[in-house]
Design a protein around this ligand. Structure first.
Ligand code: SF4
Length: 388
């Protein structure tokens, strides 16, 4: 019997394993250390990496590049591949899918798949509890996966449903990269052949789980072969994290969740600003050496009547000019959620805001809301078992 592509035995095996026996998430060097008792040569470790990160196998018994006797010895020692498992799927009318993916302790994390391009199924929104079936056919030409870095979040942005959970725990590197592996496997997607973008904009603040997040980036850019230029990490403005990020050799593109042009408004909706002002965040971003043609993105959630007026747009223009690095602004019309005391911006205000930025030479884009009906849109991830 299979569940979401994994054998039931392998899932039960993985769940009963101590986490130091789960191999998914380990680097080449860590795999070598974990399995040092088996006297494996380098090529055996590379075969295992291929099985974990390219083939995304779920069961050691499926690693057929290894002799049967070796597979049995490693299995008998209590090791498991530990590919994360999708346990629930919500499908939107717009083709977006939101997943609950089981962590190592049974907690679930949320991940979103956003197919773009032609031929996306525009059928009815449905809750699909049977993870046994993969999508029937490939109906996308490119796709973006929105990845979580923590369960819950400590940052407490007032417009965000995830904030209501508080911080539950950090995800491991394997749990972060594993979300991508599980979703790619479900869709039969292959980086290199398919155009896959990653945005670290799901649950959590990546720069408050810095080590695991960057370890995951190295796995994704390394053995999982997703170019770093196709990854974007969004931070609420954790200055020490941005300064560390500036030193990284392999790093995604950077997005700053701005949401207000000055500290007074930002403090009200993003209390983190009391710790690091907008000016301090901008100064830290200046330390990041940008690649050719790279721009920093300012994410700007438009909240009706609060930060969406022409005078706010003019202040954003001034801020971008003062920043003195190549930048663009992504506008996001706020996605409503229960018990969140804001209103959606008027469509006219959104259009006028964008126009005002563009007129003054600031590239500005309005992000198409994806999966609102399944609570998959920005700021809506709350580990929900349904739309609550
Ligand atoms: S918007 Fe991001 S940083 Fe802010 S509370 Fe939500 S998940 Fe955390």
């Amino acid at each position: 019997m299979t569940t979401g592509g994994q054998t039931l035995t392998s899932i039960l095996d993985a769940r009963s394993m101590p986490s130091d026996r789960l191999l998914f998430g380990l680097s080449n060097e860590q795999l070598r250390q974990a399995l040092q008792g088996f006297g494996l040569l380098g090529y055996r470790i590379r075969q295992l990496e291929t099985a974990l990160y390219r083939q995304k196998l779920a069961d050691i018994r499926e690693v057929t590049t290894w002799p049967k006797e070796l597979r049995e010895r490693v299995l008998a020692a209590g090791f498991a591949l530990g590919l994360p498992e999708i346990v629930e799927i919500f499908r939107s009318v717009d083709g977006t899918e939101r997943y609950l993916i089981a962590g190592r302790d049974g907690q679930t994390v949320e991940t979103v798949w956003m197919p773009e391009g032609d031929g996306v199924d525009e059928g009815n929104s449905e809750l699909d509890n049977s993870t046994a079936q993969a999508p029937e056919s490939k109906a996308w030409s490119r796709a973006t996966i929105c990845v979580s870095s923590q369960i819950g979040c400590a940052v407490n942005c007032q417009f965000c449903l995830t904030a209501k959970l508080g911080i539950i725990r950090n995800l491991t590197a394997g749990e972060i990269a594993g979300q991508v592996a599980a979703v790619l496997k479900r869709h039969g997607a292959e980086p290199g052949r398919d155009r896959i973008n990653l945005v670290f904009m799901g649950m959590g603040e990546p720069f408050l789980n810095y080590e695991a997040f960057m370890d995951a980036v190295r796995l994704l850019a390394g053995p999982m072969e997703i170019p770093e230029s196709r990854m974007t990490v969004s931070t609420s403005g954790i200055v020490p994290g941005i300064l560390r990020f500036a030193q990284e050799k392999v790093r995604p593109r950077l997005a700053i969740s701005l949401n207000a042009p000055y500290d007074a408004i930002r403090e009200g909706i993003m209390p983190i600003t009391r710790k690091w002002s907008i000016a301090e965040v901008i100064e830290a971003v200046r330390q990041v050496p940008l690649r050719q043609k790279e721009r920093v993105t300012f994410e700007y959630v438009l909240l009706g009547g609060l930060n969406d007026q022409p005078e706010h747009a003019d202040e954003v223009v001034k801020l971008v000019r003062r920043a003195q690095f190549p930048a663009k602004v992504n506008l996001i019309a706020w996605n409503p959620g229960p018990d969140v005391p804001f209103t959606m911006p008027q469509a006219d205000d959104v259009a006028r805001f964008q126009e005002r930025l563009r007129e003054q030479g600031v590239p500005a884009f309005v992000r198409r809301p994806r999966g609102r009906d399944i609570y998959a849109a920005c700021g809506q991830l709350k580990r929900t078992a349904g739309a609550q």
